[in-house]
Design a protein around this ligand. Structure first.
Ligand code: ADP
Ligand code: ADP
Length: 226
């Protein structure tokens, strides 16, 4: 069970800059929420606070029935996909996929099984021996997704993961991400400034403005008739 609950969540940068203001939001278990809004409205900061990559200033974050405010990222059962893929350039795709599990001292046989499964889901088998620089942008983003899948997270956090891809690939990856979400028992939060992405991916769209939640609802109720 991994609902996400934000209670009066605030983030100040310094004394003047109030980046996230009293955000109250409940995301249901297995829901796919698209978090949208203009640049600088606080989307990424909110996502990074859920991941534990950014300290909160005040409020509460719950994942499932646990308050995670003071937990480090590795104890939150979240996996985050970044815009720039964040792959290790000097390692093969296989070793990139294995890295986090090796750190946790997971046995190699289990690591191999997890990588086989992720490679199957993402069509990565023929790429496992390559280095990231020998991959296209779309392939690199699939590896980044694979690195999240092998962690078996309860929550997927996406920070504009498709922004560096061309339009055709973006459309393909949207379908792929939606399929992955439906195949795994995960709750997903997807930050984007792209309305098409928000409409096609989100069960619900949450619009932020100036650090606050301005509106939330189904894509149809937020954006009107298609
Ligand atoms: P978005 O993801 O919606 O574009 P962000 O969450 O990145 O917005 O940023 C929200 C606000 O907080 C912006 O005004 C941004 O400039 C500011 N901000 C983000 N990170 C920092 C930081 N490390 N230090 C100071 N201000 C920051
Ligand atoms: P570990 O297996 O010890 O978690 P990693 O090197 O994979 O080691 O990760 C280092 C830190 O970054 C850990 O706290 C981990 O939970 C976190 N981390 C790694 N990958 C991700 C990811 N995709 N999303 C969110 N956090 C991550």
């Amino acid at each position: 069970m991994a609902s996400i609950t934000l209670n009066k969540l605030n983030k100040h940068y310094g004394s003047l800059h109030h980046a996230v203001k009293d955000v109250d939001l409940t995301i249901a278990d297995k829901e796919f929420v698209a978090l949208v809004g203009p640049s600088g409205c606080g989307k990424s900061t909110t996502l990074r606070m859920i991941a534990g990559l950014e300290d909160i200033s005040s409020g509460e974050i719950r994942i499932g029935d646990r308050v995670v405010n003071n937990l480090p990222p590795r104890d939150r059962d979240v996996a985050m996909v970044f815009q720039n893929y964040a792959l290790y350039q000097h390692m093969s795709v296989y070793d990139n996929l294995a890295f986090g599990l090796r750190n946790k001292k997971v046995p190699e046989s289990e690591i191999k099984a997890a990588i086989d499964r992720a490679a199957e889901m993402l069509g990565l088998h023929e790429l496992l021996k390559r280095r990231p620089r020998q991959l296209s942008g779309g392939q690199q983003q699939r590896v980044a997704l694979g690195r999240c899948i092998v962690r078996n997270p309860l929550v997927f956090l996406f920070d504009e993961p498709l922004s560096n891809l061309d339009a055709k690939l973006r459309a393909q990856m949207r379908i792929e991400i939606k399929r992955l979400h439906s195949q795994m028992p995960t709750t997903s939060v997807f930050v984007t400034h792209d309305q098409v992405e928000a409409m096609t991916l989100g069960d619900r769209v949450v619009i932020m403005r100036d650090g606050e939640v301005q509106q939330a609802g189904t894509p149809l109720s937020v954006y009107g008739q298609p």
